[in-house]
Design a protein around this ligand. Structure first.
Ligand code: AMP
Length: 633
C-alpha cells in the first residue's frame, strides 16, 4: 500500500449507519431491486449487455456480445454503429426533435438553447466543414474549448465522421496542451479565443499559439471567436461559425465498427508522459447510455446538470454522450460555481427546475463553508438526485448534502470511477440504502474485489488494492501509442484490472475508496501525477531537482506541496518561490499550482535513487512510516 491509510480504515469500522432513501426516490428509481439486476448481470453478462445494446440503433447488428482475451476485450463484435446516431438522430427523428437538448448558461445568466433537431443540424454542418478541411476517419483532432455548446458540437462532429477527438481541459497550460497534441499527432486544433471564469477572461488562443509553435503537423486551427472586435486569423486558421454556416446540414454518419476509437482522453499517470486513454464507439455508448438511466436515474422529464467540464471524463460520459444517448435535457454552465455569488448554483437549480445533479465532494465542501443561508434562499424541491464523484465523499459532506441541500427530499449518491473506466463501477444506486463514507456496491456487470499485493482477496474490513475481475464494455481498450503501458495495468495483479486505488469492502458488500496507491494526487477531484509537477518544476532554469506530494486539505481533499533543490548558483527567495509557482501554472494550468514550496538542500532517496515521496509526506504530516525498507519501491 502506497500511502498510510490506517487511520481512515479504523474510522470506517465505526460506520454502521445505513440510511433508507426518501420514498419518492425509491418510487421513481429506474432500478428498484439492485440485488436481482446485479445477480442477472453476473450470471448472464452477454444476455444483460446484449439486451441494453438492443435498445440502441445499429447499422448492422453484432454477432457476439463479447470476446475476452485478457488484457484485451472486445464488445458487440461485428456490430456497426456511430454514437452520434444514438445521441442525435434517434431523438431528432422522433418526438424529441423539438425537445431541449442543451441549455448553456454564462456566469452572468445569459442563456443559449439547442433542441435535438438544432443540435443535429449544427453537428452535421460542422462535420461537413471538418471533412472539407481534410479531416477523415481515424484522424485525431484536439479540442481546447470552454464549456460551450460549440465545444459539444466539435466533439460530436468529429464522432460523426469517425475522427478521434481528444479534448484537453481549457484550463491546462501550454506545456500540457503541447504534449497532448504531440502524442496524438493531431492534424487540427479546435479552440476558442477566450473563456470566462469568475468574471475574467481566460486567453485560450494565446496558449494554443504557444503550444503549436513547433508542431508543423498541425495543419489547421478553427477558432470560436467570442471577443469583439474579433481577433485576426492567419491563413491556416478559420472562424468556427463562418465555417459551420458555409456547409449543409446533411451529413450521414460514418459507419463505425463497434470497436473503432471514439476519443482519446489524456490523464495523469505515474510517469510524466501523458497517458492517452482510448475509448470506442460501441461499448462506451452502451455503458454510458445504460448508467445515465440506471445510476443517474435521468428521465425525459428531468433537467440534468453536471457541474463538470467537457475536458474531463465526467464531461465526455455524463455531460455529452450518456445523457444525449438517453435523450435528456442537459444544463451546462461555463465558469465558477461560486461566481457571481455563493448561492448561484442553487439560484439556477430553482430557475431551471434541475432535478438530477452531478457534482464533486470539493464543491459540496465549498457550499458547506459558505453556509446554509446561501442555499436555503432558493427552492431546491425539484432535486431528486445529487450524485457525487471524483474523490472520497466524507460523511460530513454527505450529511450536509443530504440534510441541508436536499432536505431529505432527494438522495445524495456517491459513485467511483476513473478516466480509464468511463462510467461508475461502484456506487450507491438511487433506491439503495446509503452508508455515508462508503461509495456503494458494484454496478451491474462489475466484479470488484479488494486484494493484497499477491492478488489474494483480503477479509472484509481490511484495506487492499481495488481490482476488477471482469472487463466491461465501457472500459478503455488501450493507451494511445503505448500498448505495453496498457498491458502493465492488467499485469500488476495478473488478469485483473488494477484501479490504482486502495479500498475496503465491508461485510455487506459496500466499498469505500480511500485514495490512490500510486504517485497520483487528487486535487479538488482533479488527477495530477507527481511526475508531471516534478517535470514542470525541473524545466525551470533555477531548479535542479524537485519532489511533489499531496497534503490533506479540508476543501480540496489534497493540495500540492513541492520540495525544490536549487541549482548551485541560485539562492532561495520569495521572488523565486513566486516565479516557480507561476512557471508550473503556466506549464500545467491553475489546477496544478503548488500551494507550498519548500527549498531544501537535498531530497531523501532510496539506494536505487528514487525519491522517497512517502517519507516526505510522513514527515510533513508527523506520521510514523514504519519500516523504511518497504520504501524501496
Ligand atoms: P479521473 O480519472 O481524473 O476521473 O480520476 C479518477 C480517480 O479519482 C480515481 O482513481 C480515484 O482515485 C478518484 N475517485 C473518483 N471517484 C471517487 C470516489 N467516488 N471516491 C473516492 N475516490 C474517487
Amino acid at each position: 500500500m502506497g500511502k498510510n491509510f490506517k487511520q481512515e480504515i479504523e474510522a470506517l469500522t465505526k460506520i454502521d449507519e445505513k440510511i433508507v432513501p426518501p420514498q419518492r426516490v425509491i418510487e421513481e428509481a429506474f432500478i428498484k431491486d439492485y440485488d436481482s439486476v446485479y445477480a442477472y448481470s453476473i450470471r448472464d453478462p452477454e444476455g444483460f449487455w446484449g439486451q441494453i445494446a438492443n435498445e440502441l440503433v445499429w447499422f448492422e447488428p453484432w454477432e457476439k456480445v463479447r470476446e475476452i482475451n485478457l488484457p484485451h476485450h472486445k464488445w458487440f463484435i461485428g456490430g456497426k454503429t456511430n454514437i452520434t446516431v444514438n445521441a442525435l438522430d434517434r431523438h431528432a427523428d422522433s418526438w424529441r426533435r423539438n425537445k431541449v437538448a442543451i441549455i448553456w448558461l454564462s456566469e452572468e445568466g445569459e442563456e443559449l438553447v439547442a433542441t435535438y433537431g438544432q443540435l443535429r443540424d449544427r453537428v452535421n454542418q460542422f462535420a461537413n466543414a471538418l471533412k472539407a478541411k481534410g479531416i477523415k476517419k481515424g484522424d485525431r483532432v484536439v479540442i481546447y474549448m470552454p464549456l460551450t455548446i460549440e465545444g459539444i458540437i466539435a466533439m460530436l462532429a468529429c464522432a460523426r465522421i469517425g475522427a478521434i477527438h481528444s479534448v484537453v481541459y481549457a484550463g491546462m497550460g501550454s506545456g500540457a496542451l503541447m504534449s497532448r497534441i504531440l502524442d496524438s499527432k493531431a492534424k487540427m486544433v479546435i479552440c476558442a479565443d477566450i473563456g470566462y471564469r469568475r468574471g475574467k477572461v481566460v486567453r485560450l488562443k494565446a496558449t494554443v499559439d504557444e503550444a503549436v509553435k513547433d508542431l508543423d503537423f498541425v495543419e489547421n486551427i478553427i477558432v470560436l471567436r467570442r471577443q469583439e472586435p474579433k481577433i485576426e486569423l492567419s491563413e491556416w486558421e478559420y472562424d468556427f461559425w463562418e465555417l459551420l454556416n458555409s456547409h449543409s446540414h446533411h451529413c450521414p454518419a460514418e459507419v463505425m465498427d463497434s470497436e473503432d476509437p471514439l476519443f482519446i482522453l489524456y490523464t495523469s499517470g505515474t510517469t510524466g508522459k501523458p497517458k492517452g486513454v482510448v475509448h470506442v464507439h460501441g461499448g462506451f455508448m452502451v455503458g454510458t447510455y445504460y448508467l445515465t438511466k440506471a445510476f443517474f436515474d435521468v428521465k425525459d422529464k428531468d433537467v440534468y446538470w453536471s457541474t463538470s467540464d467537457i475536458g474531463w471524463i465526467v464531461g465526455h460520459s455524463y455531460i455529452v454522450y450518456g445523457p444525449l444517448c438517453a435523450g435528456a435535457t442537459i444544463l451546462i454552465r461555463e465558469g465558477a460555481p461560486d461566481y457571481p455569488h455563493p448561492g448561484v448554483v442553487w439560484e439556477m437549480v430553482q430557475k431551471y427546475g434541475v432535478s438530477v445533479m452531478f457534482t464533486a465532494p470539493t464543491a459540496i465542501r465549498m457550499f458547506m463553508r459558505f453556509g446554509e443561508e446561501h442555499i436555503k434562499k432558493y427552492d431546491r424541491s425539484t432535486l431528486r438526485i445529487l450524485a457525487s464523484a471524483g474523490e472520497p465523499l466524507n460523511p460530513e459532506a454527505w450529511n450536509f448534502a443530504q440534510k441541508v441541500i436536499l432536505e431529505n427530499n432527494g438522495h445524495c449518491i456517491d459513485n467511483f470511477w476513473q478516466t480509464e473506466v468511463a462510467s461508475p463501477i461502484l456506487g450507491t444506486m438511487p433506491a439503495m440504502p446509503n452508508k455515508p463514507g462508503r461509495a456503494g456496491k458494484p454496478m451491474p456487470g462489475v466484479v470488484a474485489d479488494v486484494v493484497d499485493e499477491a492478488g489474494n482477496p483480503v477479509p472484509a474490513g481490511q484495506g487492499g488494492n481495488l481490482v476488477l475481475r471482469q472487463p466491461l464494455p465501457y472500459m478503455m481498450r488501450t493507451i494511445y501509442g503505448d500498448p505495453e503501458r496498457y498491458k502493465e495495468i492488467w499485469n500488476v495483479i495478473p488478469n485483473c484490472y488494477c484501479t490504482g486505488d486502495i479500498a475496503v469492502c465491508d461485510e455487506e458488500g459496500y466499498f469505500s475508496v480511500l485514495g490512490r496507491s500510486d504517485d497520483v494526487l487528487n486535487v479538488a477531484g482533479h488527477r495530477i501525477g507527481t511526475a508531471d509537477i516534478e517535470n514542470a518544476l525541473v524545466s525551470h532554469p533555477a531548479v535542479a531537482e524537485a519532489a511533489a506530494i499531496g497534503i490533506p486539505d479540508d476543501i480540496k481533499g489534497e493540495v500540492i506541496k513541492v520540495f525544490v533543490v536549487l541549482r548551485a548558483d541560485k539562492s532561495p527567495s520569495d521572488g523565486l518561490r513566486k516565479t516557480i509557482i507561476q512557471h508550473v501554472r503556466h506549464e500545467l494550468g491553475p489546477i496544478a499550482t503548488p500551494k507550498f514550496v519548500e527549498f531544501v538542500e537535498k531530497l531523501p532517496k532510496t539506494r536505487s535513487g528514487k525519491i522517497m515521496r512517502r517519507l516526505l509526506r510522513a514527515q510533513e504530516l508527523g506520521l510514523e512510516i514504519g519500516d523504511t525498507s518497504t520504501l524501496e519501491d
